[in-house]
Write a protein that binds this ligand. Structure first.
Ligand SMILES: CCCCCCCCCC(=O)SCCNC(=O)CCNC(=O)[C@H](O)C(C)(C)COP(=O)(O)OP(=O)(O)OC[C@H]1O[C@@H](n2cnc3c(N)ncnc32)[C@H](O)[C@@H]1OP(=O)(O)O
Length: 254
């Protein structure tokens, strides 16, 4: 089992900034050595722990509307990918790849049957019909104080008629702040999520979910999050989140 656990966490440990990144397990990550900036290392680490067949859901697909594409192009044009070879002034955005499995080898799976392990999928990426549910892409800043997510809410996320379900909004807030906290203090889990819903989000619309790190106190990372219209003029939701750093053994205990 120790070897499997090592495989589970090796990619993230190498990344140094994603979930389970600070596990003490001794593993190697040879494919990461060529990368220079922390962001590129993260992206490379994510890619390296998924099979080559894994689809990167953070890339555009035919369901993405005009606004989603406009914003994707906006942040991509300011990303390290676009500025390859240019000097990094610390103000670039990095797109985070996204897969429908948290890890190639399931975490916490020691109590699950192999069938369940093989069927496990990331909650936000488990609808095959593109555009039907959560379409989103995350970018984060080199200084790691900010994370931004472009989110297009599909028709399967309906709560009140014609509008997005509050649980779906909470899911996106947890995803964005959780990813952000992981970049800062991996491994973490959500301890507290306090949400104020200010104005409904029309189904099918594209919104911005922005996360800011407020403070770190020992094992605790506090973040705030705002969901707004893409021009920032309308506040849909605001939230405060607390993430607590855990030991790898915390997940294995069940
Ligand atoms: C690649 C794809 C990425 C996708 C990202 C998705 C992110 C999704 C993240 C999640 O949804 S995680 C799933 C939902 N969360 C859980 O299931 C967590 C369940 N709860 C636990 O496992 C533990 O309670 C927890 C890890 C949160 C804390 O337990 P610990 O035993 O490690 O904490 P500890 O008792 O040592 O407390 C550490 C500090 O945190 C504080 N604390 C713990 N829980 C708290 C709480 N609920 N509220 C406020 N403070 C809390 C605690 O008071 C203390 O403060 P001080 O250091 O000041 O003394």
């Amino acid at each position: 089992m120790a070897r499997n656990v090592g495989r589970i966490f090796s990619g993230f440990r190498c990344s140094g900034s994603l979930p389970f990144g600070k596990t003490q397990l001794k593993t190697r990550c040879p494919r990461l050595l060529l990368r220079t900036t922390p962001e590129r290392t993260v992206v490379q680490a994510l890619s390296s722990i998924f099979s080559h067949k894994s689809r990167d859901f953070s890339l555009p697909n035919s369901s993405w509307g005009e606004e989603m594409m406009r914003l994707y192009n906006h942040y991509s044009s300011q990303s390290g990918e676009a500025a390859e070879g240019q000097e990094d002034q610390g103000e670039q955005w990095t797109r985070l790849p996204s897969y429908n499995r948290s890890l190639k080898y399931a975490t916490g799976g020691v109590y699950l049957s192999k069938i369940i392990q093989s069927k496990a999928r990331l909650f936000t990426r488990n609808i095959r019909d593109t555009g039907a549910a959560f379409e989103y892409v995350l970018f984060f800043r080199r200084d790691k104080q900010r994370c931004v997510c472009i989110f297009q809410a599909g028709h399967l996320l309906e709560g009140p008629p014609g509008h997005v379900h509050g649980g779906a909004i909470a899911t996106m807030i947890d995803t964005v702040t959780g990813t952000h906290a992981s970049l800062l203090s991996a491994p973490v889990m959500t301890a507290n999520l306090n949400i104020n819903y200010r104005s409904p989000i029309p189904l099918g619309s594209t919104v911005l979910v922005e996360s800011t790190m407020d403070k770190e106190e020992g094992k605790k990372t506090f973040l705030s999050c705002r969901v707004t219209s893409t021009d920032g003029s309308k506040l849909h939701t605001e939230a405060a989140a607390l993430f607590v750093s855990i030991n790898v053994s915390h997940l294995l205990r069940g």
